[in-house]
Design a protein around this ligand. Structure first.
Ligand code: NAP
Ligand code: MG
Length: 480
């Protein structure tokens, strides 16, 4: 009998009023049920929003240093439980244990960044321009904030949203993805252990299509920070508009890696392997299109295919595994269907395509398509799996036109030794992240993280904007 986890509302662990639960499958073991979670109802969500709204009154007046103390305690607990948490992420998401450790490590780095940055963020004062008055801009917390996260980074994405929200004096209602609720509930326990006052952080599990809607439509919720698909992001934007609720939407991508004829081929292949197949291609910043200069296309492809064939695809909890399964049955079916479609549309499959140990788990080998043209779905659609689409070009202008031929604009990269190429790419690429001789997934907490076009909307996460999203500005004019 597997454990049943409860919701965390107003500082207490509570079952859903609906009385039903759902399971969590380890994608490396079909049919497994790691533990059970509350299939929450609109009433449960309403209770969590009420708790967060009540807790806001005291939390907003809690001195910054005290808020920092709670978050600092939380980060110490996170550090202490890194190994246990990484094992949970691998079990419920499928990524390799090394990737899960890196995810926890990244949450700690980003959390410490916000913890230190928040003090510098406050304090803008000065004399008035026209009279003997003092003016300043006062930052105020918004109130209750809804955090909705995806399954591909089940603990890091929620931390990147929740910690800046709490540090700036907001209270949070968090809904984890249904595929990966365990790490979300684990984070709630850490907040409880850190001594956070009741109601300041609440976690409610259940389906996005039901309780996700409730949190987006409730007028007491002042902002929604969402990471997930472009399709759901658009629905949230529309619903949030009814109350002018602020949104921060981090959405899908179809990220291009451009390789020029003067590039180091080995380094470019390394970048394609890292960002193409880490987490089985399920980073939002995964490389999914590779654009090769004609002159180096052949040697690049040969090296890439040889590396793909060597990859060990297996249960992510084994240290020898290079790539784990994809996250669940739906992803598995969608990715297999996208591979079939690419073949039917005439793309040439030069690596992978097969599904080893299919009876055991949702494994798909690293798959590469060559001869891809912009009209093909494998060039256009976010597959969110270990599938690379390779196209060739003659000039940098052509490469940029291909790269920008997408509804998405999240990340990108170019490999070149020529500074003029690098500069032209930086100026022209339509993406929130631009990398020169670095893979598409690289990021740092002091830099904004967000997409353009249909990859995102609202202020980006991380950097100063990651804090700014969670405050209102009040213009103060004071005459004594
Ligand atoms: P998703 O299906 O859009 O789900 C994301 C979250 O939204 C889940 O918690 C989901 O709940 C919830 N949800 C679903 N329908 C909802 C609704 N109508 N109202 C409110 N919430 C709702 O995305 P996913 O499949 O979990 O994640 C993969 C996607 O995320 C990819 O497109 C990827 O590119 C993107 N992503 C983007 C970034 C970035 O920073 N740009 C980072 C990571 C991932 P349920 O799980 O219960 O359905
Ligand atoms: Mg799972």
């Amino acid at each position: 009998m597997s454990d049943t986890h409860l919701n965390f509302i107003a500082g207490e662990w509570k079952p859903s009023r609906g009385g039903t639960t759902f399971g969590d499958e380890n994608p490396a073991r079909r049919g497994s049920d790691l533990c059970r979670f509350q299939a929450s109802t609109a009433e449960d969500m309403d209770e969590a929003i009420t708790a967060a709204n009540e807790a806001f009154r005291a939390w907003r007046r809690t001195p910054l240093a005290d808020r920092q103390h709670y978050i600092s305690e939380f980060l110490k607990l996170l550090q202490k439980s890194s190994e246990e948490l990484a094992a949970i992420v691998t079990q419920e998401n499928g990524k390799t244990i090394r990737e899960s450790r890196a995810e926890v490590g990244s949450a700690l780095v980003e959390g410490n960044y916000h913890l230190n940055q928040v003090a510098a963020f406050y304090g803008h004062t000065g004399p008035g321009a026209f009279q003997d008055i003092t003016t300043w801009v006062q930052y105020q917390p918004l109130g209750v904030v809804g955090v909705i996260s995806p399954w591909n980074f089940p603990m890091n994405v929620m931390c990147r949203k929740t910690l800046p929200a709490l540090l700036t004096g907001n209270t949070v209602v968090f809904k984890p993805a249904t595929f990966t609720p365990w790490s979300g509930v684990f984070m709630a326990r850490l907040f409880e252990q850190a001594g956070l006052p009741a109601g300041v952080f609440n976690c409610v599990t259940g389906l996005g299509s039901s309780i996700g809607n409730v949190i987006v439509q409730d007028p007491r919720v002042r902002a929604i920070s969402f990471t997930g698909s472009t399709e759901v992001g658009k629905k949230i934007q529309v619903k949030a508009a009814a109350n002018l609720t602020r949104t921060q939407l981090e959405l899908g991508g179809k990220n291009a890696l451009i390789v020029m004829d003067d590039a180091s081929i080995d380094k470019a292949v390394d970048a394609a392997m890292t960002a193409g197949f880490a987490c089985a291609g399920q980073w939002c910043t995964s490389t999914s299109r590779i654009l090769l200069h004609h002159a180096i296309a052949q040697p690049f492809i040969e090296k890439l295919v040889a590396r793909c064939e060597k990859m060990v695809v297996d249960d992510g909890s084994r240290e020898a595994t290079d790539m784990g399964p994809v996250a669940g049955p739906q992803q598995y079916e969608d990715i297999c269907a996208a591979i079939q479609k690419a073949r039917a549309e005439g793309a040439r499959m030069i690596a992978g395509g097969d599904t080893p140990n299919a009876a055991q788990g949702y494994f798909i080998r690293p798959t590469v398509f060559a001869g891809v043209t912009p009209g093909m779905s494998v060039f256009q659609e976010e597959i969110f799996g270990p599938v690379l689409a390779v196209s060739a070009f003659g000039t940098l202008d052509e490469a940029l036109e291909l790269a920008n031929h997408s509804i998405y604009g999240l990340s990108s990269a170019i490999f070149t030794r020529d500074l003029a190429n690098a500069k032209a790419y930086i100026d022209a690429i339509e993406a929130g992240l631009a990398h020169v001789n670095i893979h598409t997934g690289y990021k740092e907490p002091s830099m904004p993280f967000g997409g353009v076009k249909q990859s995102g909307s609202g202020l980006p996460e991380n950097s100063e904007s990651g804090l700014e999203f969670f405050i209102d500005r009040k213009a103060i004019y004071l005459r004594s």
